[in-house]
Write a protein that binds this ligand. Structure first.
Ligand code: IFM
Length: 472
């Protein structure tokens, strides 16, 4: 891609934005992706099968029968993608490692070909002064481990720690930002709760057990990462949704309490406080029991972290007192109804509430003082159109990002310690059960030709990143 004066919406000679919208010096501006969503090359260099290979081949599971076999072909095109990020002025790149490239069967020695790919990627990022931010698990569990029970099997947590050790021993000399898990809520409750994600199990109790084992895996991985990369920052990424009750009725307040508990606190509190709150334990007792939680587990899960990764897309308003309506990704809250507020929506149907991000960040900083945060994902899918000149004028996406960045800016002013922002996503990619229909990229990918075209949002975001803040 070449930037030209013609496709650049902001004149040359950027100046530092006004203090009202300047971010703190050193704020990290980046973009994010994940392995299965962009890499393709699923049969290359000894990569084993993941649960997403199996799931996407199961008829009816992914829109239009799409899968990640080719995706954005990033495995072959990573150098071009790194060059693109550099042209966009990115200071950081958050990506994930495909576990089945490192351990095709989820155990044993590392496959050097898999490690080499990520080593080359990291080197090319560093050559361009882009900080690599590595996530170890973004949902592509080796199928061989799922065949033994997946995250419902306690042993998977120990396998994850072993995998973390292998990757960090190979890359810990160069990668200084490490994330263990991405959005364990999705892995546990979409994967094993309502089954709309791989491996597609519908098992409310099992999904709570999976959530615990994911957190245990995180806690076991932290010391392995510290040993291999002592000077690195280590954290976890959770997906947060502020939850409001529809009315002050006790049924609605109870519904909001349960969704907040299952969405937000079940994951954050044990990581940061080293213990499940009493109401979370009570919820476990009702739905899954607590027999799978061993005495030392919470202490392990609470291994100190250096940062919390915050993913944010929308917020919820909920009401109680409904009839249980089939499997839910909030196990034990099947009766809760989600109320639309009439807010504008993104292309995937999520209501846009930028102030929810401010509220969430401020709440985290008040509940857990001193916790450093990065926004590890935020962005939007829209129905992009390519005009006759090949230009993608995605003003709706620019407005979404602008609004959310202003929310981050306000949260920082209100005391939240936020150190960076990784926009989701660099490229259009495989949006899980939605296939390729939902485009989150600031760079368009033509999935026939693999041509990359920066959308207007990419050029706008470059200017924000280079200037270190928002335009007036
Ligand atoms: O594409 C996903 C990503 O993999 C995890 N967080 C949410 C994104 C948009 O749905």
């Amino acid at each position: 891609m070449t930037m030209t004066a013609e496709n650049d919406p902001v004149p040359a000679g950027l100046t530092r934005p006004p203090a009202a919208s300047a971010f703190p010096p050193g704020f990290l501006w980046g973009v994010a992706t994940s392995a299965y969503q962009i890499e393709g090359a699923v049969g290359q260099d000894g990569r084993g099968a993941s649960i997403w290979d199996t799931f996407s081949r199961t008829p009816g599971k992914v829109a239009n029968g799409h899968n990640g076999d080719v995706a954005a072909d990033h495995y072959a095109r990573y150098e071009q993608d790194v060059a693109l990020m550099s042209e966009l002025g990115m200071g950081g790149y958050r990506f994930s490692v495909a576990w089945p490239r490192i351990q095709p069967d989820g155990r044993g020695r590392a496959d050097v070909r898999g490690l080499d790919f990520y080593s080359r990627l990291v080197d090319s990022l560093l050559e361009k002064d882009i900080r690599p931010a590595l996530t170890l698990y973004h949902w592509d569990l080796p199928q061989a481990l799922e065949d033994e029970g997946g995250w419902r099997n306690r042993d998977t947590a120990f396998r994850f720690a072993e995998y973390a050790q292998l990757v960090s021993e190979a890359l810990g000399d160069r990668v200084k930002l490490w994330g263990t898990l991405n959005e364990p809520w999705c892995a546990a409750f979409l994967g094993y709760g309502n089954g709309i994600h791989a491996p597609g199990a519908v098992d409310p109790a099992g999904s709570l057990i999976a959530a615990h084992h994911l957190l245990l895996g995180h806690g076991l991985a932290v010391p392995a990462l510290r040993a291999a990369a002592p000077d690195a920052e280590v954290g976890i990424t959770l997906n947060f949704y502020p939850v409001d009750a529809d009315t002050e009725s006790s049924a609605d307040l109870d519904a909001a309490h349960r969704i907040d508990l299952l969405q937000n606190r079940l994951f954050l509190d044990p990581v940061v406080e080293g213990a499940y709150p009493a109401d979370v334990r009570e919820h476990f007792e009702r739905v899954s029991g607590t027999g799978h939680i061993e005495p030392e587990d919470e202490k392990i899960i609470g291994a100190p972290v250096d940062f919390l990764g915050v993913n944010y897309y929308t917020s919820y308003r909920v009401a109680g007192g409904g009839e249980p309506s089939g499997p839910s990704p909030w196990p034990g809250a099947e009766d809760v109804r989600f109320i639309e507020r009439g807010l504008p929506k993104t292309g995937i149907g999520w209501e846009i509430d930028s102030d929810g991000l401010r509220r969430q960040l401020v709440r985290i900083s008040q509940d857990h003082p001193g916790l450093t945060m990065y926004i590890t994902e935020n962005g939007a899918a829209f129905d992009d159109t390519v005009d006759a000149d090949g230009r993608i004028d995605d003003a709706d996406r620019i407005a979404y990002i602008d609004g959310h960045l202003r929310a981050v800016h306000r949260a920082i002013a209100e005391g939240a310690d936020v150190r960076g922002y990784f926009l989701w996503s660099l490229l259009d990619n495989f949006e899980w059960a939605e296939g390729y229909g939902m485009r989150f990229g600031i760079v368009r990918v033509d999935f026939e030709t693999q041509q990359r075209t920066p959308k207007q949002s990419a050029l706008w975001y470059r200017n924000v990143a280079v200037a270190g803040g928002l335009p007036d």
